[in-house]
Design a protein around this ligand. Structure first.
Ligand SMILES: [Zn+2]
Ligand SMILES: [Zn+2]
Ligand SMILES: [Zn+2]
Ligand SMILES: [Zn+2]
Length: 494
């Protein structure tokens, strides 16, 4: 390295030689032979940008040697000005040296560009001569592995098959860089149960960057059913009940939740004809309570229809129907008659063709009779009940219970004896003939054959109860009344 000073020295020596040459006109060989080596030592000091050194100069041979190098001092910078940065960082100042006045960039830069790979983003590295480094990344520029197509993947090595049998966990080999590995990375998080929520394990499958067949990242959770701890209640406060039953408020000693311990399901049930309305309270712990609207049952709303063979009582609200049969009424009255010892035959006649109005009028009596019959106090009937007080179900029960007590049907022989006695009496009273024999009795109501004065007569006509059967004996017409309860009598002879 030749400095400005060295050049000056060389120039000076040439000038000296030129000036003195005319005075020393001697052969070169003669000069070379003079043993007059002269050494000049020059010490050059370092500057901001140049190193210092010592120069040894042989003025005779013009040989030069350098030694004792001293590093350059470096500039002594004044204030930095970052406004002219050549790089994307505030790290490229311009300044003026306070020693030498040099003005310019303080640093030089080495800039390196790194290409993206399958797994790493590309970036540019900036390193300045002061040793400072910075990087500019080309975000998301990593190429990702190229796992090819779906059929290039290997699904046989799933790491989660035991836990998530539905989850694909493929292995792929990169066709670019040769890397082999799982396409997913799994993020597994265990979540502890709380007072109100089950614990679970969350599995998130994140795909590593790749091209080729795409899998979307996804998350699933496997719950530990029933692992919720439930609140750990402190003292119960029953003062704020929302229902007419135990409905405590409390604070959880674990999570601090404050509120009602239970929830309620409240169901209102409307009254029906036969049942009171009520409200059912079902608590979340399955405890149940009911509040009844006492006396709210509506009662049936009966329409009464005369069906001829009986009376139908049908509820116009709920459709419930019950019946009172004509012959049951009849039997009831007959038996009441027996108990009371009074004549209910008029009712008997009426009951044959039961009229709605009759039933409505008499049900009260029947009801009263029933009461007395059951008490065994038959001194007088109770007639005060109005129709609206009558429990129709009760009336049916009543009629049936009376039917149980209905006299058993007489045997044919018994009937024959009865009728014979009756007819003989009638005939003798009539004074016009004599029954000499009852030949046969065919059933209860069909045909009676009687021998009067050695002549057989057949009494026929009518079917069933309460039909009059007529016959003419010796010019006299006898009417025999046959009643449904099996009673027979001759009611007239004309
Ligand atoms: Zn300087
Ligand atoms: Zn790759
Ligand atoms: Zn809790
Ligand atoms: Zn009803």
């Amino acid at each position: 390295m030749k400095t400005k000073t060295q050049k000056s020295i060389i120039l000076l020596s040439v000038l000296i030689v030129a000036l003195i040459a005319p005075a020393f006109v001697m052969p070169v060989a003669a000069v070379a032979s003079i043993p007059t080596e002269k050494w000049v030592t020059t010490v050059v000091k370092p500057t901001c940008s140049t190193e210092g050194y010592t120069e040894l100069w042989n003025t005779v041979t013009d040989w030069k040697g350098y030694s004792d190098y001293v590093p350059a001092l470096g500039h002594v910078w004044g204030e930095f000005d970052y406004s002219q940065s050549r790089v994307p960082f505030d790290a490229d100042p311009v300044a003026t040296c306070e020693v030498c006045g040099w003005y310019g960039y303080v640093y030089s830069w080495e800039i390196t560009t790194v290409e993206a790979t399958c797994v790493a983003d590309g970036y540019i590295q900036y390193e300045n001569s002061g040793g400072w480094m910075g990087w500019i990344y080309d975000a998301e520029s990593a190429l990702g592995h190229d796992f090819g197509e779906f059929w290039d993947l290997d699904f046989s090595q799933s790491r989660v098959a035991d836990i998530l049998p539905h989850a694909n966990d493929p292995v792929g080999t990169c066709q670019t860089c040769g890397w082999t590995g799982y396409v997913f990375s799994w993020e597994i998080t265990e979540v502890e149960p709380t007072c109100t929520a089950d614990g679970y394990t969350s599995y998130t499958a994140n795909t590593i960057p790749h091209s080729g067949y795409e899998f979307e990242p996804w998350t699933t959770a496997i719950y530990n059913e029933g692992s919720a701890l439930g609140h750990n209640w402190g003292e119960f406060d029953y003062s704020q009940g929302r229902v007419p039953f135990a409905d405590p408020v409390a604070t959880c000693e674990r999570c601090g939740w404050h509120g009602y311990v239970y929830s309620w399901e409240i169901t209102e049930t409307e009254p029906t004809c036969t049942a009171d309305g009520y409200t059912q309270y079902t608590r979340s712990d399955c405890w149940m309570g009911w509040t009844y609207d006492e006396g709210s049952a509506l009662g049936h709303d009966f329409a009464v229809t005369d069906l001829g063979w009986g009376i139908e009582y049908k509820c116009e609200r709920c459709g419930y129907a019950t019946y009172i049969y004509a012959d049951e009424l009849y039997a009831a009255i007959e038996i009441a008659n027996n108990f009371l010892g009074s004549d209910f035959s008029a009712y008997t006649e009426e009951s044959v063709a039961v009229a709605k109005t009759w039933v409505e009028a008499k049900l009260g009596e029947l009801y009263g009779l029933r009461c007395d019959i059951f008490r065994g106090e038959m001194t007088q009937p109770v007639l005060e009940q109005s129709l609206s007080d009558i429990n129709i179900d009760g009336n049916i029960a009543y009629a049936q219970s009376l039917l149980v007590e209905k006299p058993k049907a007489k045997t044919s022989a018994e009937w024959c004896a009865d009728i014979e006695a009756t007819i003989k009496t009638a005939m003798s009273n009539a004074g016009t003939g004599k029954i000499t024999d009852i030949i046969s009795w065919e059933g209860k109501t069909t045909v009676i054959t009687v021998t009067i004065n050695e002549v057989d007569y057949r009494f026929t006509g009518g079917n069933g109860a309460n039909s009059d059967k007529r016959c003419i004996i010796d010019g006299v017409t006898y009417t025999i009344n046959i009643q449904g309860n099996g009673n027979w009598r001759v009611i007239s002879s004309a």
